[in-house]
Structures are given as structure tokens and as C-alpha cells.
Design a protein. Structure first.
Lengths: 309, 362
């Protein structure tokens, strides 16, 4: 039987009359990588902070590992948290920081093993303030595991990191999932959610606007693939317009939805017959970003740094 | 179960050790204050001490005594005219010792009767003690010369401590109070605003650490730091400047209550103002007037009336006055009154500070 480790019903949060989270419901199964996805200000961090016992809900019910969120102590013992914009003690070393947070929980932890796992065993004597952004996040992930938690909450774990550091974090998330831990990820990076998640809820304006596995969401909401014929220009559009009335010109590129039995080879034939010039043809499948655009009707804007909700 | 308070305390000590500015303001700054003011006001180091003498006798015997004193390398005799009021000379000159040769001194000695010298001294002053010993040894040799082993010359000493407290004695309890205020208010304001703005409280909140445990650890650290500072300041005061202070239960209670009061005041400031820079500025605006208006550098009585009224509204005034009552004057009733005021204020600010230092966000 599948065990539900997080259950949320009618969760709502208001600040001074402003609704940040507007009555959402979802559940998370043990061992899943669950992602809450959405643009800045969607309500993701407010939601996750209510699950982490950092904020009180205005209404609704939340159960974590069978405990109501009023039972903070029982929950805190069994969850690990990497908060958004994680920081530790600047003047303590990597090891001292991990030992400090380990000391907050009953029971013991293999600090050496943890530092090895996040690949910081060689830098354990460095002061936290001297570490790069990527290394600081790795310390944060190590700290989120000091109590061997059942659920690990990672709130925007890769924001502000360079691509290589981001990939390191992804590998760690995959490894946690491999160890059977439930990972609750909040991110505004669509690609990250698509690569890592077993299940996704997309939030916008405090509500969940769609949910499912990445494949389900794209299949259901993403629409058909699109052929981009680069450099085909006006001539290409004239040749295809009669057979493909939904073909459109974006700058000098032709954009032709591939659906209803249309074949890319047919499009190329028509262009070749009409002696139209083109540079290349690219078939693009829908992404979560396209899904977001289709559902909300607005562009998904990502900001790299300093994104607080 | 291991103590989360001790885990936090260990981290606090490590952070302190690695923060040069914290070490400077907490330990080095008060030492500098003591050294500078001690050098300026303690008067004379080892070497020659001035001995003021008023000769009301003008006899052969009194001249013999003065020659004996002049022969000593330790003192330099300064003569004071017979018509001058000794009290006024002592008070105007800030003297710690004063020798009077009374009229009839020579006549009594010649007649083989007891002759008395009057020596007024501040028993807390190294210079006065040295002068006393020199006078005593010269008197003893005259005794031997005049009458064999019989001691005809007696020295009657009168204390001048209450009239002439040295500035350094007066200053040290003030520096103790100032150090406690400075280090606790600044420490709490900087730590709380930094932890709040850098998300450390948010991270701590995700662990079983309770806010009360965190506060207990930080208050405990401030108490330890306060007592280390007190030990260092008093050690320097006693060793270098011969400061005479008594440590008693009332002084210890005042130091504890003062630490609690200013820790709570720092919490209240940091609770009201979230921005690190702004909170630091407000802490400065609270600490600096107290530094200068609470009678640390000047006696309250020397200030204009309206400033005395301001001083009476400042919490530091009560800690300074209480410590002086307990450590210098031995006025335990006064110390108890000041302790009650400091403790009362500590409770008020603790309630306010605890209410304002929120971890959980709304």
C-alpha cells in the first residue's frame, strides 16, 4: 500500500488581507520527489514554510507523517529543511556548523559520512563565510540530513548557483530519492522540476493550476510538437499557408504545429518543391514552460537572483 | 539527552574567539580605558612621593624630624605654612597624606614626655602608605636617639578616605558597568538582527531548539563574559593602580542584574528594528548618552541640575551608583536600592524583549 507522508487540505494563508495561498490541496507519497513549481510570488515558499512549521496557516489542515502541524516537535524530529537563501554561522567551520545542527537533535550522526556525501570532507575546516555559493548549499543539504529525516524539504536549492553547482545539487536530490527519502522541492526552474520530479504541482497566484507527473502534465496541457523552419521567411509561409493555415512567421522563422497526422517530411517536400531556402528544421516538444504559458496565458519569467516570495 | 543550550554556547564561544571586533570591544576597550584613565588620575607610580608637612612647632626637634624626612629617598617634603587650614590644603590639592607637627612637640620631647604627630592619610593609597612608613621610621630613630627604646613619639593617624576618594577608585566600578552595557547591548542587537536577516533563526526554527534555550545560552554567555571582563578590569586596577575595591555578594548581584538588564534592552531594540544598520545606530544612540550621563566619567553632583534629572532616568546610572555603593563606599542600603531598580528594569525589558524577539513568522 502506498503511504501518504504529507496531506494538505484547504490550506490558506493571508497577510493583511492579501491572499498568498488560496485553499490548496495535495498529497505526497513516501519516496517521491515532489515539486512545487511556479513563478516568484506564486505562494510556493509560504506553502512550504507552513509545512515546515515556520508559519501558521490561516485555514486548512496539514498532516506530516501522520502528525497535525500543531505537533511541531514530533514533526521537526523527522524532517530536514534547506530553507530558501540558506545561511549558517559565518565564523564556524563547515564541520562545526554541521555538528551544531546535529547537536540540536537527539541521537548521533556520522558527520564524516555526511561531509563525504556532500563532497566537503576536504574543506571541513574552512569557515562558512569563505565558501562559494555552491559549497554553502552543500553544507545546507548536509545540515538538512543531520537527523536522518524521512522528508527533506529543499526550498529553491539551486537559485543563484552556476550550472555546474546546480548539477551537483541535482545529483544529490537523485541520490536522496535513491535512498528512499521523500524530497519536497520548491523551485521556479521548470527544467529542474522536469528532470528531478516524480510528481509536480504548478502554482500561480496562490493556487495549484495543474498537477501530475511531468509527462502527464505535458501530454495533457502542452499541445503538439512544433516544427521551426529557420530562415524560411515570407516565401516559405506563402508556400505552406494554404495547406497549413495555422503556420506562422516568427521573425524569419516558420513555426508549424505538427499534429493531426501532419508529417515533417510533407512540410519539407512542399518547401523544396517551391524552391524555398531554409537553414535548418527543429522539432520542439512542449515543455513545462509551454504548459505554463498555455494555462495562464502569460510568459513565465525566471529571475536568477534575489527572489523572495 | 545532550543539552542544546551547551551546544549553542560552544558555538557562541567559537564565534567570539574568531571575531576581533567583539574581542576588542568586550575585553581590550575597557582595559584601554582603565590604563589611560589610571595613568592620568591615579597619581604617581613608584619613585618619590610628595609629603606635605605643616610645622606648627618650629622647634629644634621638629627641624630634626624634617631633616630625617628629607634624608629619605622615598619622599620629597613639601612645607605648608602654619597659618593654612589643613582641610582646605588636602581638599584643594587632592592629597592622600598630610603630616602635622603640633605646637609643643619639641617641648614635650625635651621634657621626656609623649609627643604626638598627626598623620592624615587615605589608607587606599600606595603613596600615603609609603609616606606613613617613612614618617614612622624617622620617628622611631628619633625615639632611639632621644630616649633609648622608649617610644615618646606617637603617630596619630586620621583617615581622609571619605573626603578624598581617588578618581581611579571612583572610575573602576563605572568602567565595569560601562563594559557590561556596551558588550551586552551591542552583542544582542548585532546577533539578533544578523540572525534574523541572514535566515539563521529560520533555520534554527526547523530544529527542536527552543527560543528559550537559545536565549538561555546567549544570556549565560553574556554573564560569563561580564565576569571575565570584571576580573580583568579589577586585576589591572589592583595591580597597576592599587585600586581598593571590595567584591561582595551585593556587587555580584548587581553585576548579574546589570547583565540581565542590558541583554534584555538589546533584545528589545533588535526586536523593534529589523534592519542591521539601523538597529546598530539605535543601539549607539541609546548607549552613548548613557556612557556620558550616568556618572562614569564625572560625578553626578558635578553636572548641571537638568542633566542630573536626565541621568536619573537612565538605567546605567543605577548600576554605576549601585556598584560604587557596594564596592567603594560599603553602603549596602544604597546598593540594595540600586539593585532593586536595576532588577525591576531588567524584568520590564525582559518581558518587552521576549515579546518582540519573534522566531515564528506571521
Amino acid at each position: 500500500m502506498v503511504e501518504v507522508v504529507i496531506e494538505v487540505e484547504g490550506l490558506r494563508k493571508e497577510y493583511d488581507g492579501l491572499v498568498a495561498v488560496d485553499g490548496i490541496d495535495f498529497s505526497v507519497r513516501r519516496g517521491q520527489v515532489f515539486s512545487l513549481l511556479g513563478p516568484n510570488g506564486a505562494g510556493k515558499t509560504t506553502t512550504v514554510e507552513m509545512l515546515e512549521c515556520l508559519r501558521s496557516p490561516s485555514a486548512g489542515r496539514v498532516s506530516i507523517l501522520g502528525h497535525d502541524i500543531s505537533q511541531e516537535r514530533s514533526i521537526k524530529d523527522r524532517i530536514g529543511v534547506l530553507p530558501q537563501g540558506f545561511n549558517a554561522f559565518d565564523l564556524l567551520t563547515v564541520r562545526e556548523n554541521v555538528e551544531y545542527f546535529a547537536g540540536m537533535f537527539d541521537g548521533s550522526v556520522d558527520v564524516d559520512g555526511l561531509l563525504r556525501w556532500v563532497k566537503l570532507d576536504g574543506r571541513q575546516k574552512e569557515l562558512f563565510k569563505n565558501l562559494s555559493g555552491g559549497m554553502k548549499q552543500r553544507v545546507g543539504i548536509a545540515i538538512s540530513l543531520v537527523n536522518d529525516p524521512d522528508i527533506v524539504f529543499l526550498d529553491e536549492p539551486t537559485t543563484g548557483l552556476d550550472p555546474s553547482a546546480r548539477r551537483d545539487v541535482w545529483r544529490m536530490v537523485e541520490s536522496l530519492s535513491g535512498q528512499g527519502k521523500t524530497v519536497f522541492l520548491t523551485t521556479h526552474y521548470m527544467e529542474e522540476a522536469e528532470v528531478l520530479s516524480d510528481y509536480i504541482c504548478i502554482m500561480n497566484n496562490g493556487r495549484i493550476i495543474c498537477r501530475g507527473t511531468p509527462r502527464e502534465i505535458i501530454t495533457e496541457h502542452g499541445g503538439s510538437p512544433v516544427a521551426f523552419v529557420r530562415g524560411a521567411g515570407e516565401k516559405g509561409l506563402r508556400l505552406l499557408q494554404e495547406a497549413y493555415p495555422d503556420a506562422a512567421l516568427v521573425e524569419d522563422d516558420l513555426k508549424v504545429p505538427v499534429h493531426n497526422g501532419r508529417r515533417v517530411s510533407e512540410i519539407l517536400n512542399m518547401l523544396d518543391t517551391g524552391e524555398a531556402h531554409y537553414d535548418e528544421i527543429v522539432i520542439k516538444k512542449s515543455t513545462l514552460e509551454d504548459v505554463f504559458l498555455r494555462i495562464t496565458g502569460k510568459e513565465y519569467i525566471q529571475e536568477v537572483e534575489g527572489d523572495e516570495e | 539527552m545532550r543539552s542544546r543550550v551547551l551546544v549553542d554556547l560552544k558555538a557562541t564561544v567559537l564565534e567570539f574567539k574568531r571575531s576581533p571586533s567583539a574581542v576588542f570591544w568586550t575585553l581590550a576597550f575597557p582595559i584601554l580605558l582603565i590604563l589611560i584613565f589610571g595613568a592620568i588620575y591615579s597619581g604617581g607610580g613608584p619613585g618619590t612621593y610628595n609629603l606635605h608637612v605643616q610645622d606648627l612647632d618650629g622647634s629644634f626637634e621638629s627641624q630634626q624630624l624634617l631633616e630625617g624626612l628629607n634624608a629619605s629617598d622615598l619622599v620629597e617634603v613639601k612645607m605648608v605654612g602654619p597659618d593654612r587650614d589643613p582641610e582646605k590644603v588636602i581638599s584643594d590639592g587632592g592629597l592622600t597624606s598630610f603630616l602635622i607637627i603640633p605646637s609643643g612637640f619639641g617641648a614635650n620631647l625635651s621634657a621626656g614626655e609623649n609627643a604626638t604627630l598627626e598623620f592624615r592619610m587615605d589608607a587606599g593609597s600606595q603613596a600615603a602608605l609609603t609616606n606613613y612608613n617613612v614618617v614612622k621610621s624617622v620617628a622611631d630613630s628619633m625615639n632611639l636617639a632621644v630616649q633609648g627604646s622608649d617610644e615618646l613619639i606617637e603617630i596619630e593617624d586620621a583617615s581622609i578616605v571619605s573626603q578624598q576618594l581617588r578618581f581611579i577608585d571612583f572610575f573602576v566600578p563605572g568602567v565595569l558597568a560601562l563594559t557590561i552595557m556596551n558588550s551586552t547591548v551591542n552583542y544582542m542587537v548585532i546577533t539578533i538582527t544578523e540572525y534574523k536577516n541572514h535566515g539563521l533563526f529560520r533555520k534554527m526554527m526547523t530544529t527542536p531548539l527552543r527560543r528559550s534555550e537559545w536565549l538561555a545560552s546567549r544570556i549565560l554567555w553574556q554573564v560569563i563574559l561580564a565576569f571575565v571582563s570584571v576580573a580583568i578590569i579589577m586585576g589591572i586596577g589592583i595591580m597597576l593602580f592599587d585600586v581598593q575595591l571590595s567584591i561582595n555578594i551585593m556587587a555580584i548581584l548587581l553585576l548579574l542584574a546589570g547583565t540581565a538588564l542590558f541583554t534584555a534592552l538589546g533584545m528589545a531594540i533588535a526586536g523593534l528594528i529589523s534592519d542591521e544598520q539601523a538597529a546598530g545606530a539605535v543601539a549607539g544612540a541609546v548607549v552613548f548618552p548613557m556612557m556620558f550621563l550616568s556618572g562614569i566619567f564625572f560625578q553626578l553632583e558635578a553636572m548641571p541640575g537638568y542633566l542630573q534629572t536626565v541621568a536619573m532616568a537612565l538605567p546605567l546610572t543605577y548600576l554605576v551608583e549601585g556598584l560604587r555603593d557596594a564596592m567603594i563606599y560599603g553602603n549596602m542600603a544604597g546598593a540594595a536600592y540600586n539593585l532593586a531598580v536595576v532588577s525591576g528594569l531588567a524584568v520590564v525589558f525582559a518581558v518587552l524583549g521576549t515579546a518582540l524577539t519573534k522566531w515564528k513568522q506571521e
